[in-house]
Design a protein around this ligand. Structure first.
Ligand code: TNX
Length: 613
């Protein structure tokens, strides 16, 4: 909607004046504006604070209401320079985006006149057809959290009643892009399909964090947001191999990721300590591989074994349901089937898959096993290909993660079949055999239209064509550089900063991984995926990043939440927001509000002072 110039001009004046009144600074030009407006309006504005917005230099008020950018900018220019020295800490930090309680911080927030619109049960939620899933998501959210039922209906194309929420599809916007404009007339979210969903997440973050007594009214402040993600891949890994979690909890985690505008949920489904996916052709994987007879007690290397049987697996139907649940939240579920290492649960189920023929037991302690898939026998490849067929049936994702990390070569050195394969294929050594193994699987998946992701070890001994590298060792820099130099896409999932199994403070008194040092929320927040050694030409190879939640020391749901919050919120800002808007001080301010949000979700979080290292 375009207002006339004079109304837009008046809005600018109003905005400016309210800032003057709040902070009591007025000189020359400003006084003239004050005279233009008049007392009644002044007092009306006085009651509504604060006003969001100063520019980076901290001196010019950005009075650019959403509804008429150009007119206002022109008018603002005509009105001359408005000098104003900000007095709040948030203003010193700069950008307007950072003063809204939104995590990850939006790319652009334009200042608007203060005020709010009220959502009630009379508010209709009108959507354009491709946005139905998102409309239902928002409708359900208001119903479930606030017990407020909106009238959800497709748009008729006509501009109808006031006080509505309108979801509009814009095919010119890039993936993830949206605008959210809230005025006294309506709440309007416009964007690409996923963009509108992210706009809904921003809107949700402007709703009350405490459920009001009378949930029939939700006040939402006026805003004007234009936002889009910095990285296309924004992921979270949950390791269900070390500890098994029910489908209900996985859905909760998918919701947590969605609230943070993340779009990938990586399920680490198999490991030495457990096999978690139903494979119909190989039932022993579930009868044997999904269970272990006990678990190491205490921190690695442990003080004993609890002798408690632990395990479980997801049926294919459950996983399909999860894929759909995630899809409704614009999240892709990526399955990981570990190979050739971290595969002891498979070997325990079918001992012919190992070099020695076993017997093997599902691992009861942490760390990894010397026993890995035999890379010499053809029967190993057949087995893996058949099981991947079933995996692809369940998961429509472009990417299939095949692991590839931490594969000791001792068994292969001693194995006649592996040595014969090395000879037959003219390979230099066991490292080259690993490359051969990974490339064979890559080619199999690629022929079915899928792309593999592997941990950065798959770069060793050569790089499989078309593989995406997930760089995890150290700060991820070396793996990242090696990947981009080999012209491979890379995802940063560094143990330094993004491993949420590491303790958050040095005073952590619950069990947490003791092999990587402290990963404070600040360290996580300050991690930068695009390292300084990259050239501009390298940047497009970086797809994004991922937080990894390894669960050796997380045997229950509350512990997972305690470990991921607030660090997951920090990760989301690193991956979504423009680098220039990242400010630790400001993030900390918004965290206070975020804690209330965690409570609203019913999530456990680590309440330690975020500055504690
Ligand atoms: C390394 S990251 C692993 C995981 C462990 C994690 C514990 C990676 C590819 N391998 O198997 O769970 O460290 O921090």
């Amino acid at each position: 909607m375009i207002l006339t110039k004079s109304i837009a001009m008046r809005t600018v004046q109003l905005l400016f004046l309210s800032v003057l009144l709040v902070f009591g600074r007025a000189e020359g030009q400003e006084l003239k504006l004050m005279a233009l407006i008049g007392d009644s309006l002044i007092s009306k504005q006085m009651s509504k604070t604060p006003l969001w917005g100063w520019d980076k230099a901290g001196s010019v008020i950005k009075a650019v209401p959403s509804w008429d950018h150009h007119a206002v900018e022109t008018n603002a220019a005509k009105a001359g320079k408005w000098q104003f020295i900000p007095e709040t800490p948030a203003a010193e930090e700069g950008a307007v985006s950072q003063d809204l309680p939104i995590i990850p911080v939006p790319a652009q927030v334009n200042a608007v006149a203060p005020g709010h619109i009220t959502i009630t049960s009379k508010t209709s939620l009108v959507f354009e057809i491709p946005l139905e899933r998102s409309a239902l998501y928002l409708g359900n959210y208001c119903r479930d959290v606030y017990r407020l039922n909106l009238c959800v209906r497709p748009s008729t194309g006509k501009k109808s009643a006031k006080n509505r929420i309108s979801l509009e599809f814009d095919s010119t916007m890039v993936p993830g892009q949206y605008t959210l404009r809230i005025s006294d007339k309506e709440i309007r979210i416009r964007g690409s399909a996923d963009g509108v969903f992210y706009g809904i997440q921003s809107l949700i973050q402007l709703l009350p964090v405490t459920v009001p007594d009378r949930a029939d009214k939700l006040e939402v402040p006026f805003v004007d947001i234009a936002d889009m993600p910095r990285f296309e891949y924004r992921g979270m890994l949950l390791d269900v191999g070390r500890h098994f979690f029910g489908v209900g909890f996985l859905k909760k985690c998918i919701d947590y990721a969605a609230y943070h505008k993340m779009n990938i949920f990586h399920l680490h489904l198999t490991d030495d300590q457990g096999w978690r996916i139903e494979i119909k052709r190989y039932p022993m994987l579930n009868q044997i591989g999904s269970w272990r007879n006990g678990t190491m007690i205490g921190l690695y290397p442990g003080t004993g074994n609890d002798s408690i049987r632990h395990g479980g697996y997801y049926t294919q139907d459950e996983l399909k349901e999860l894929v759909a649940y995630a899809r409704d939240r614009f999240i892709t579920l990526i399955p990981e089937i570990e190979m050739p290492g971290h595969s002891l649960a498979a070997l325990a189920s079918y001992p012919y898959l190992g070099c020695t023929g076993g017997p093997y037991r599902v691992k009861e302690s942490w760390g990894y096993s010397d026993d890995v898939f035999c890379a010499g026998k053809e029967s190993t490849y057949e087995f893996i290909q058949h099981l991947l067929d079933e995996v692809m049936e369940i998961f429509p994702s472009k990417y299939i993660h095949i692991g590839g990390d931490e594969c000791p070569k001792e068994r292969w050195q001693q194995c006649a079949a592996c040595q014969a394969k090395i000879k037959e294929k003219g390979l230099a050594d066991e490292q080259a055999l690993q490359h051969y193994f990974v490339t064979r699987i890559q080619q199999y998946l690629s022929a079915k239209g899928r792309t593999i992701i592997g941990w950065d070890e798959i770069l060793e001994g050569g790089t499989a064509p078309d593989a995406v590298i997930m760089s995890w060792r150290g700060d991820g820099e070396q793996g990242c550089l090696n990947a981009v130099r080999a012209k491979r896409h890379v995802i940063l999932a560094p143990s330094y900063g993004f491993y949420l199994d590491y303790p958050q403070t040095s005073t952590e008194d619950s069990l947490a991984a003791n092999w990587g040092g402290v990963t404070s929320v600040r360290k996580t927040y300050q991690y930068e995926p695009a390292n300084k050694k990259l050239t501009p030409a390298d940047i497009p190879w970086i797809l994004g990043g991922q937080a990894n939640v390894w669960t050796e020391y997380m045997s229950n749901e509350s512990k997972v939440e305690y470990m991921i919050f607030p660090r997951l919120s920090a990760v989301s800002e690193v991956l979504w927001s423009p680098m220039e808007l990242r400010s630790w001080e400001n993030f900390k301010n918004r965290l206070d509000f975020q804690y209330k949000r965690y409570r609203l979700w019913g999530a456990v979080f680590n309440p330690a002072d975020p500055d504690l290292e």
